[in-house]
Design a protein. Structure first.
Length: 165
């Protein structure tokens, strides 16, 4: 079983192919389009994202950081990237999701479990699975294995790709 780095799984998607679908978003894209709808998918690495607009300044993230890599300032939360090891504890405790992690390693079987939970809805609407990104072709070995697994279970598949890979 291959692993992939994903940044989201969206059930009940109606914009990524026919019917009601589940969309799997893989990380990594060789492009940096100014109109990108999923900029959190560009980097092929785990990232910590911060939204100052969502931050209420409670300091939960600062207090919970085991590396003391965060500081609360008048400009919001500042991360010392030398100290931060991207453990994600700060994102776990953030009550407003101002701090979020983008990127999680998954196996094909883990994704198939999520897909199987949606098969009744997909079957009734003639939907299926869409693999998107980032650029899904950047993790082509995983992509092929996932497409094959879906095919073996009779699940409609689509790949949302730039074709630039």
């Amino acid at each position: 079983m291959r692993n992939a780095l994903i940044f989201d799984v969206k059930p009940y998607s109606i914009n990524d192919g026919p019917g009601i679908r589940i969309t799997i978003f893989l990380k990594g894209c060789p492009l940096s389009c100014v109109w990108c709808h999923n900029p959190e998918g560009i980097s092929p690495h785990v990232q910590k994202l911060y939204s100052k607009a969502r931050c209420i300044g409670c300091g939960s993230c600062v207090e919970s950081c085991p590396k003391d890599a965060l500081n609360l300032t008048s400009e919001g939360i500042i991360t010392n990237t030398v100290l931060c090891d991207l453990c994600g504890i700060c994102a776990d405790v953030c009550p407003t999701k101002a701090m979020e992690m983008s990127g999680k390693q998954v196996t094909v079987e883990e994704i198939m479990k999520s897909i199987r939970l949606e098969t009744v809805m997909m079957d009734q609407s003639e939907g299926g699975v869409t693999i998107s990104g980032g650029e899904p072709m950047m993790q082509s070995d995983f992509l092929i294995e996932l497409l094959d697994a879906c095919g073996k279970e009779g699940i409609h598949r689509a790949v949302d790709t730039t074709g630039f890979c």
